[in-house]
Design a protein around this ligand. Structure first.
Ligand code: CMC
Length: 448
């Protein structure tokens, strides 16, 4: 039982009106009860016991976590306690990756060693190129990234040693280092361009931009403003606690599968337009809207539920997404270099109208991280197919941190949710010649 210093206990009393019995359930950490404590609530001794039904886990915590804190009502995001605004202003992505993975900001020598380790693991086995060459000419870059990340599992079979701390660290370095290389190779494959190998003297983001965009010159040096803007975008995307793709990472990791296949599964979850694929969907939506004059008609469709306003809304943020505010500032810096993206006017006007329309106010719908990131990526020269890929690269650090936290958490086991069965009761097999009629008598779905 949870008890306070003054002897009072934090408990919840639940009365089961079917039986008139009272049950006392401990309250932990302020306002958390354990679902397993409900199992004692039964009508008959041999009943299974009470459980919670929570589709999409909207009100169920699957873990304790010390990595990322979000207060969705106040628009707060912190990694390991540090506010996202300070990190975006004063760190580099690799510092943030280290912070996410290790729990503390690195001192100079730790950072130097981490940067060196990551830099010297950027090459991938040449046979990975054959994996990429097997794709059709128009393959989506994200599909290629998902597959080639899974393929890393076959090249690093030691990664199955998930209970060995040193071995886990090697895989984390490998993943943070190699995912940008795979992403760049997927892009070059998509474009039909020769692959550009990593250059170890460049920064993490400069090396990535070099692998993507170098054509016909000996030396490619990205504009420092764009290099920094990409680094800031990477910082903003490094982790976001228990979202869809992180949950996928944890679920796959819970079976002790190796981190590369788990990362590949997380990327697949990220790819969907409701999650990390939203940045691509935003650009396609802005393209469909085409002109500022078409916005009211488009918003009417949204209110009639014929369209979704992509890049708006969030399960957790109900005030504003702090990442979106930082991104807007980054956009200004990028557009000074690249010129203003023609979609920006449509996006700004969409935001202005949407924030004043009752439909969006009633539902707390604000721009999220994906609303402006795609416009920046486009201004920087990335094709839309690369947008979810640009989300997956930095999120790799967060996924890995969450994976290690899961592995080290003594409370965790293989993920295995319950269900409420609503199918048929037992019924007799029907031979082929007797099928095709009505549902057989007496075989009705169970009603819950
Ligand atoms: N456009 C129009 N209506 C919306 C939108 C939207 N983007 N998002 C939510 N709604 C409405 C929804 O129809 C519902 O209305 P009603 O109460 O009348 O049925 C209400 O708002 C509540 O929405 P919900 O679907 O219950 O919210 P959710 O928490 O399940 O979904 C979301 C969150 C992000 C999936 C959703 O807001 C959405 O689909 N947004 C567009 C896709 C997007 O931008 N995704 C990126 C999320 S941020 C990056 C990341 O971390 O993945």
């Amino acid at each position: 039982m949870a008890s306070k210093d003054n002897g009072e206990r934090d408990t919840l009393t639940i009365r089961d009106n079917r039986t008139g019995k009272d049950y006392e359930v401990d309250i932990h950490e302020g306002d958390v009860i354990r679902s397993m404590d409900l199992r004692n609530i039964k009508v008959h001794e041999d009943d299974f016991g009470m459980m919670c039904l929570d589709p999409a886990s909207t009100n169920t915590a699957s873990t304790r976590s010390a990595i990322t804190f979000i207060d969705g009502d106040k628009g707060i995001l912190r990694y390991r306690g540090y506010p996202i605004e300070q990190l975006a202003e004063r760190t580099t992505f690799l510092e943030v990756a280290y912070l996410t993975l290790k729990g503390e900001l690195p001192d100079q020598s730790q950072l130097d060693a981490f940067v060196e380790d990551v830099t010297f693991h950027t090459y991938v086995h040449e046979n990975i190129l054959k994996v990429l060459d097997g794709f059709r000419y128009d393959a989506h870059a994200m599909g290629m990234l998902i597959s080639s990340t899974a393929a890393l599992s076959t090249f690093y079979q030691d990664s199955k040693n998930v209970r060995d701390a040193e071995c886990r660290w090697v895989q984390m370095i490998r993943a943070v280092a190699k995912i940008p290389t795979l992403a760049a190779f997927a892009f070059r494959r998509h474009r039909g361009l020769p692959y550009v190998y990593p250059e170890n003297e460049l920064s993490y983001t400069a090396n990535f931009l070099n692998m993507l965009f170098r054509i016909g010159v000996k030396e490619y040096r990205p504009n420092p403003v764009l290099e920094r803007a990409l680094d800031v975008l990477f910082i903003l995307h490094a982790d976001h606690e228990q979202n869809c793709s992180t949950t996928a990472m944890r679920v796959i990791g819970s079976s002790e599968a190796d981190p590369f296949v788990a990362l590949s599964g997380s990327m697949a979850a990220l790819y969907g337009p409701l999650h990390g694929g939203a940045n691509e969907a935003v650009l396609r939506m802005l393209g469909r809207i085409g002109r500022v004059e078409n916005i009211p008609a488009f918003l009417d469709k949204v209110k009639n539920k014929e369209e979704k306003l992509m890049g708006f809304g969030h399960r957790v943020y109900k005030a504003y997404d702090p990442r979106a505010s930082i991104i807007k500032r980054t956009a200004d810096e990028v557009f000074e270099v690249t010129g203003r993206n023609h979609f920006l006017d449509i996006a700004l006007e969409l935001e202005r109208i949407a924030l004043n329309e009752q439909y969006f106010i009633d539902r707390n719908l604000y721009p999220n991280v994906d609303f402006y990131s795609g416009i920046i990526y486009q201004a920087m020269g990335f094709p839309v197919e690369m947008f979810p890929v640009l989300f997956a690269i930095p999120r790799t650090a967060g996924w890995l941190a969450q994976w290690e936290e899961l592995i080290l958490d003594p409370e965790q086991k293989i993920a295995r949710p319950r269900q409420v069965y609503v199918g048929f009761e037992e019924r007799n097999f029907v031979p082929m010649e007797e099928r095709g009629g009505e549902v057989s008598a007496g075989a009705q779905p169970v009603v819950v």
